[in-house]
Write a protein that binds this ligand. Sequence first.
Ligand code: DX5
Ligand code: ZN
Length: 220
Amino acid sequence: KQSPIIAPSILSADFARLGEDTAKVLAAGGDWVHFDVMDNHYVPNLTMGPMVLKALRDYGITAPIDVHLMVKPVDRIVPDFAKAGATGISFHPEASEHVDRTLGLIKDSGCEAGLVFNPATPLNWLDHVLDKLDLILIMSVNPGFGGQKFIPSALDKLREVRRRIDESGRAIRLEVDGGVTADNIGQIAAAGADTFVAGSAIFNAPDYQAMINRMRSAIG
Ligand code: DX5
Ligand code: ZN
């Protein structure tokens, strides 16, 4: 298990002041920027694209940007996000026609590659591609919106993926996304996650730094 990463989801940031709010959450101790891309097709909401990511880079955001694609099709947007300055790109396997090809596209574009599992997506999508993955993201809500409640069955799934990562001996990050709070993050870490996305819990807190510190100490 690798050192814990907290990745604030800027889906819950102030979109009218996105640069400032992103810089603020990083100064408060956020490690990565989690960047949620929704297309009103694969998921029922519409957020931001490569131009917005590029604008954050131009504004001076240098932290890793963890792009979570909730789009279909996947492949044609991958090079655009890489060029815009993404660090890692994750996608939902059932949204891609050719999962292995998409992973190759992401790696060839110079980014780290991740596969995302919805609450009902079976883990057998991992069977033949583990050697191509830098990250596995377990959704603990159905994707589309911030501020939803954590689905507890994600804990068993995290334990199972942790086992498979450890067995593989590879340095694959295990990320969790959806409904993560300072109250449940300890339990989530114990289930094997090492990378924690949190949107509303951080951005709705009056003091980002105090909330991130609380989360970090709960991870232990
Ligand atoms: C949901 C997104 C999440 C979302 C999490 O579809 O993928 O990243 O921002 O928000 P919270 O932490 O509020 O559940
Ligand atoms: Zn996300």
